[in-house]
Design a binder for this molecule. Structure first.
Ligand code: UDX
Length: 447
């Protein structure tokens, strides 16, 4: 009989994982502790913008016409404990307030709530990003709390999905990493992932600590790549070089690779910034803090980019104050194809300029509602053209395709001054300059 799967926590990770498991043919029960989320999901609605996710959900959510009916949602822990052979824990692990360390309270609460309902054989699989050592601790807690005793087992299976590509990354992962302590756990997870493994996804078997570390080290490496190229942008800026050409040229070396070398206002979002900080904090607890001191520099290079974007704008406006200046900001989400504004470099820059007296108007294709909630004092426009109307400067801060496809000639009619600052190095300078704009970006020559 096909395995029955539960998914605990229905955010980006959990909602996508639940829908993907149903797509792979399993019966799936998703749980969340937020009633509004569960109500939405039961109607086949997704609480965030993620391309393709709503379609996939509607294909499987029970009660929706024409669906497979394999995916249901509940708030009842007993039902979840009763139902599942494999339980995926997908709750979030945000940064602790006022500290670098990660807040494990949602993970801990999920284990405390689930374990007492495990009366028979079950595999609990952690997917959340956690400090190394957590799986060991949680395995012990599971053994204490689960009535099934040793029949309730733990495995660790980090998730590498990118927002904006969550569905594809989940259905066709570029690797599946599983930390296990028994052949039974390995066998179950091979069964869960049989389809992607057959399609070619590598299956990497590890112990608990390695599985946990794979995730935090992968994100640290990605953050390092971005901060590296941003550091090169600072040097290019000083030496009058072109960081975009530089990235292209070093990227031809296969050992370096082209990806994640886009210089600009840096990384944000719910993962990279907090993950590198939590990693440093955990290394400190383990007495290995020296190994990760470089991540401090990665973090500060990254945060510096936001301030430099503000300074570039100030300089472009004549070097004085922002008072009375109209600043159009294109982009609010931390990356394109997402409505996520958590630690968004774009909103950070918009907020700084606003606090210095600039009249900032923001437009983002999907991030408006979330941006308004986080920064209610900024002005918002319903389109790019409305946002730039009367602007003294236009800041391109999230590289949506919609912005790359804007016609600079049309926009030029709406602004006061044809001055565009590309915080993502994603617009074509030639096209904008030909339309009479002054184009500036960090780490690129002025003309
Ligand atoms: C990241 C990891 O990529 C993913 O594997 C992990 O599971 C979760 O964290 P995500 O947060 O969705 O995913 O964003 P990502 O695509 O990695 O981008 C992070 C940030 O870096 C964005 O703000 C993006 O704009 C920025 N970025 C990315 C750059 O500034 N330059 C680049 O070249 C690439």
């Amino acid at each position: 009989m096909a395995l029955k799967i539960t998914v605990i926590g229905t955010g980006y990770l959990g909602a996508t994982h639940a829908a993907a498991m149903a797509e792979l043919g399993f019966e799936v029960l998703g749980l969340d502790v937020v009633p509004e989320k569960i109500e939405m999901l039961k109607r086949g609605e997704v609480p965030m913008y993620e391309p393709g996710l709503e379609e996939l959900l509607r294909k499987h959510v029970a009660g929706i016409e024409g669906s497979s009916g394999r995916l249901r949602f509940t708030m009842d822990w007993a039902e979840v404990g009763e139902f599942g052979d494999v339980h995926f824990v997908c709750v979030n692990t945000p940064q602790k307030h006022g500290e670098y360390a990660c807040d494990m309270s949602y993970v801990d609460a999920a284990f405390e709530s689930l374990a007492p309902h495990l009366h028979g054989p079950a595999l609990v699989v952690g997917k959340s990003t956690v400090p190394v050592g957590s799986a060991d601790r949680l395995a012990a807690r599971l053994a204490e709390l689960a009535p099934a005793g040793e029949d309730a087992e733990l495995a660790w299976n980090p998730e590498f999905l990118r927002e904006g590509f969550a569905v594809n990354d989940t259905l066709h992962p570029d690797r599946i990493v599983v930390g296990v302590r028994s052949e039974r756990a390995e066998k179950l997870l091979r069964e869960v992932y049989a389809t992607p493994v057959t399609a070619g996804s590598p299956f990497v078997l590890t112990d608990f600590p390695t599985a946990e570390l794979v995730k935090t080290s992968a994100n640290s490496f990605l953050a390092t790549k971005i901060s590296f190229i941003n550091a090169m942008a600072e040097v290019c800026e000083a030496a009058d070089g072109d960081v975009v050409k530089l990235a292209e040229a070093i990227g031809h070396d296969e050992r370096i690779g082209k990806k994640f070398l886009r210089a600009g206002i840096g990384f944000g979002g719910g993962c990279l910034p907090k993950d590198i900080r939590a990693f440093m904090a955990r290394a400190g607890e383990l007495g290995a803090d020296q190994a990760l001191t470089f991540l401090r520099e990665i973090d500060s290079i990254n945060m510096r980019q936001r301030g430099q974007m503000v300074e570039l704008a100030r300089e472009a406006l004549g070097g004085g104050s922002f008072l009375g200046k109209r600043v159009a900001v294109l982009g609010a989400a931390f990356k394109p194809d997402s409505d996520d504004v958590r630690d968004s470099p774009a909103l950070n820059v918009a907020g700084q300029i606003h606090l210095q007296g600039g009249q900032v108007t923001v437009y983002d294709p999907k991030g408006m509602a979330n941006a308004r909630r986080l920064f209610p004092t900024l002005a918002y426009a319903d389109s790019a053209i409305e946002a730039v109307r009367g602007a003294d400067v236009v800041l391109h801060l999230t590289e949506w395709r919609e912005f790359r496809e804007l016609d600079p000639a049309v926009l030029g009619e709406a602004v006061t001054t044809r001055l565009v600052l590309d915080g993502r190095n994603a617009l074509d300078p030639e096209v904008w300059r030909r339309a009479g704009w002054t184009y500036r970006a960090m780490g690129r020559p002025t003309a």
